[in-house]
Design a protein around this ligand. Structure first.
Ligand code: TXA
Ligand code: MG
Length: 352
């Protein structure tokens, strides 16, 4: 299949862009697939109410079919058409955070096929905060199932180039809307639990949810990396975000971390390996390795969220064998950053 690539500037949806969105919408209505930007990561979209579209999504990503998809909507009124009932918490949270990087899980009704929910009676729903995404949802009939637009297991794409790398030839269209704003996937909160529960940390933090709901719990497997329990979001149990090289996270006081990573880098280089270091603006000049990349600024950790997946992909482009990364505080957006980084590292963590 030939994959059509179109470029749209989110800040200037002119006539040409509107026509491209219409064309993309008709591809999805006809059961085809389109990769598109959201504010979190790029999504791989198909008609959420069409079982065959969901099957195609799983096939294009190489994703296990027990891992449910998120349904993207563009207006709140469309929510009640696909769930049994809209919980009060959903009204409050949508008012506070939609459109935005928050996914809510509710009980589905019969319009949502089991192919989309991986066989579950619940459905994950979000309204993305990106004009291209919202326009595409409108043109597609209102409901787009979209996982991140990467091959299963690889870091989620935050630029269109990596959608092309993973999905070219497998889907009808890729919309290039530039680098996404946030860079990590949405926060997932399960509203079917007695106390709403965070299943995946993201840009909307536990503190922010607590302010709206009063009470919030967190799936323990997210914060306890040694937990042997199964995560409640099926997708969280899979190896994810994995770069091609071996990644180790190092935690400790800054000077000791730098010294340890430099020592390990020397050893690996002596053994003939290409070594990469993932650091921050603050420490960048202190490292010696084949490739040293800053992932952002510690003063503003949203810069780290923004660059993390892109940097992981760039190390793949550089054919790096071994990588060392600094670690981040487990609070605020840092919780989402560490969750993704630990997964990328297959939980290899050295605490000094
Ligand atoms: O930011 C995002 O959420 C991006 C963009 C494209 O919107 N999408 C995304 O989708 O990250 P995906 O498929 O890569 O991750 C969806 C996660 C998986 O971990 C899946 O198991 C979980 O959501 N999930 C979906 N439906 C669920 C349900 N009914 N119950 C529990 N977990 C669910
Ligand atoms: Mg994903």
């Amino acid at each position: 299949m030939e994959t059509k690539l179109v470029v749209i500037d989110e800040k200037n949806i002119d006539e040409e862009a509107a026509a491209a969105l219409k064309e993309a919408g008709s591809i999805i209505r006809d059961g085809g697939l389109v990769a598109f930007p959201t504010e979190t990561v790029y999504g791989l979209g198909g008609d959420a109410l069409n079982p065959s579209s969901s099957k195609k999504i799983y096939a294009a990503k190489g994703r296990p079919s027990d891992n449910p998809l998120i349904v993207h909507i563009s207006k709140f009124e469309d929510l009640e058409k696909i769930v049994k009932e809209v919980p009060e918490a959903a009204r409050k949270l949508s008012e506070a955070f939609w459109p935005g990087p928050l996914t809510m899980i509710m009980e589905k009704n019969d319009r949502v096929p089991y192919e989309t929910t991986g066989g579950l009676d619940t459905v994950a729903i979000r309204m993305p905060n990106n004009k291209i995404a919202l326009g595409l949802i409108e043109e597609s009939g209102g409901y787009i199932a979209a996982p991140s637009a990467n091959t299963s297991g690889r870091p989620s794409p935050t630029v269109a180039r990596y959608c092309v790398e993973d999905l070219s030839g497998k889907i009808e269209m890729i919309i290039d809307g530039g680098q996404v704003g946030i860079g990590l996937e949405s926060t997932i909160v399960d509203l079917t639990a007695e106390v709403p529960m965070i299943l995946r940390p993201g840009y909307i933090t536990a503190e922010m949810l607590k302010e709206v709901l009063g009470d919030i719990s967190i799936d323990r497997t997210i914060i306890d990396s040694s937990s042997t329990e199964k995560p409640k979001a099926p997708g969280m149990k899979y190896r994810h975000y994995a770069p091609k090289g071996d990644l180790m996270i190092v935690e400790g006081v800054q000077d000791e971390v730098v010294a340890f990573i430099n020592e390990k880098s020397r050893e690996a280089a002596a053994a003939g390996k290409r070594v990469g270091v993932i650091c921050t603006d603050e420490t960048m000049p202190m490292y010696n390795a084949d490739v040293v990349k800053s992932v952002g600024n510690r003063e503003d950790e949203s810069t780290v969220a923004h660059e993390l997946f892109k940097v992981l992909r760039e190390f793949d482009d550089e054919n790096i064998d071994v990588m060392y990364s600094e670690s981040f505080d487990d609070s605020g957006i840092g919780q989402a950053i560490m969750n993704r980084l630990l997964k990328a590292a297959g939980h290899q963590l050295t605490i000094l």
